[in-house]
Design a protein around this ligand. Sequence first.
Ligand code: KG4
Ligand code: ZN
Length: 308
Amino acid sequence: MLRHSSVVSSQVELHARFGGVVPEIASRAHVELLTPVVARALVEAGISDDHVDAVGATVGPGLVGALLVGVSAAKALALVWDVPFIAVNHLEAHLYACFLEEPGIELPLVVLLVSGGHTMLVLMEGHGRYRLLGSTIDDAAGEAFDKVARYLGLGYPGGPAIDRLAGEGDSSAIAFPRAMRNEGLDFSFSGLKTAVVNEVRKHHDAVTADVAASFQEAVVDVLVTKARRAAREHGAKGLCLAGGVAANSQLRERFLDACVEDGLHGFLPSRAMCTDNAAMVAAAGLWRLRHDGPTPLDAGADPNLGLP
Ligand code: KG4
Ligand code: ZN
């Protein structure tokens, strides 16, 4: 019988007072938190360590220090428990979050993967077969949320803070630019960030909730417009959201509306499956294990790993 658990140990509070992730602190916290997290995962799954079939760990992309801690620990556990080690690509893991809750999703599928480090439109033609249709040429969508929130004094992480405040604001108050909205499938968000700064400098009396709502509206408009164009141009049967920004309330609502209008199957992983989590790493790892077999133990971490 398959037993499972997904334990997430967030470091948000540790980094919040610095306004963003501090790599050295992140690596050290990984060392401290990893053993208790593994122990808790076993308890919550109701198994002992001799019931574990394989150990998967993210090898990239990401911060190299944190990756090395996870990879070293996973290899050590795999050796001790005498089970396979599986290297997992973080981007592929976000894609597999879609299948965790909707195993029957039809392919080809277009996935809008929007996180703190990435903004991508991926055509999934088959399992393990991806085509990158578009990506950001500067900031990632989550990065734009974090930077704008920081500028507005809303703290870290910025996405959830803007999401909350935008609910109280008027999204049509300020017409922020929508860079590259009507051309191609690439994205650009750094001009929007500058536009927010300029707007607040010019209008000191601007209502912060209106700025947040108008900023969010501009990001969501571009994301949804491009995702549906990608699905149309590539004959996708469905459209799926993935990555931390996919937890955004307005993006979720607009995304589903667009899918209904375009007659596409729209898949929205739950918020917990959108932001970084263990279950998505296990899902991608299981597929890789079945497809490629175990990963050799001399494989290392790669901070700049791209989609397979
Ligand atoms: O996928 P994720 O958990 O970690 C990365 O791989 O980056 O994504 C984190 C990003 C952060 O930039 C955070 O601000 C953003 O996702 N985020 C949101 C929301 N929740 C998290 N952005 C907008 N609205 C949200 N509700
Ligand atoms: Zn992520």
